[in-house]
Design a protein around this ligand. Sequence first.
Ligand code: AMP
Ligand code: MG
Length: 408
Amino acid sequence: MLSVSEYLELVLGNVSELPPMELPISEVNGCVLAQDIYARWPLPSFDNSSMDGYAVIASDLIAASEISPVILPVIDDIPAGFKSLETLASGQAIRIMTGAPMPAGADSVIPIESTDGGSEVVTIHSPIELGSCIRHEGEDVKAGEIVLEKGISLGPRQIALIAAVGHGIISVIPKPRVAVVATGSELVEPGTELKFGLISDSNSFLITAVANDSGADAYRLPPAKDDEDTLIEILEDQVHRADLIVTTGGVSMGAYDPVKAAFIKLGTAEFHKVAMQPGMPQGFGSVGKSGESAIPIITLPGNPVSAYISFETFIRPAIRKMRGLKVLERPRTSARLKGELRSPVNKVQFARARFVEDSQVEPVGTGQGSHVLGGLAQADALIVIPVGVDRVANHGDVSVIDLRSDLA
Ligand code: AMP
Ligand code: MG
């Protein structure tokens, strides 16, 4: 039997960081940056108005008040995207929209709300501070500055910055394409009637969703019967589409063996017992002949809770490695246990739990059986009880994986 960390090392040794590729920035959400991003120009790239209003010279308005307003002729009108050819002189105003370049000669903008909004002449009832409502060139980002560094995971906020500083196509490590196949002759598509003895496939939905949450581009295939030839056909078909194949079912100790046999025929496969509960039977290998065309495969146990815990323990880190990230595992925090937990002394237990307060967790579900999906659905934490501990008492300290946030 291998320890969790020994097996994780084997799984990680079987996957590599994907090669970078150039992608349009509309397609890089969730990808990891493979280049530094420098600003092609400053942000803002010119002095501009932060309000709809009038560009003026602040000293012209010093005496403006409700009873004696200042009235200025409006000599031009600047929408965003246009530049005024006029130079503002003392005693004049130019109407300006948010984002339009400041005209020469003006030193401030008075918001439209502080005026009568006139288009030929404007009546202004209050003074303004010098420099009001101007966004200055370079105040956010300087030209040539490195704004994002290689190795970070890109989300909407970073993509906006990349666009703003002038890059349309960038080099990224793409999201790993993960094919998910549930195996088992008892599986039917959810929504169809169940004949006695059959069950709805839930694993493939679970694993596809959690793989996407961990930064993969995962897709689900229909369940595969426990039949060697069918399985070989399904998996071989994925070699040119996927970067990683994940299967569930068919690899436990008593399993009817066509699944294992198929994996061995397809390429390489090794099956291990790992000292954890749930999730003891694990396997990994490759599909296709060795070298360039072979892709990694990870075979998860069939019980849904085992499949989920195994994903979190081994596949999330593997996907993060493929994405080019350096931090592979979810962080752990410590919390106080509400209630009592028992654990097999020679295995790590991952108990499903929920936070009752920020630093307190209680077990959920009708026991910790690996089929208890109702409990899994209530969980927002995993309590990790290490090897060597067989019982944690009420109020005892436990190590916890917080499932409320994803590390993508
Ligand atoms: P196995 O690992 O194939 O022996 O399956 C172990 C248990 O998990 C059995 O009770 C299966 O019916 C159940 N199981 C296997 N695959 C799935 C699946 N895709 N969805 C839900 N339960 C499954
Ligand atoms: Mg099975």
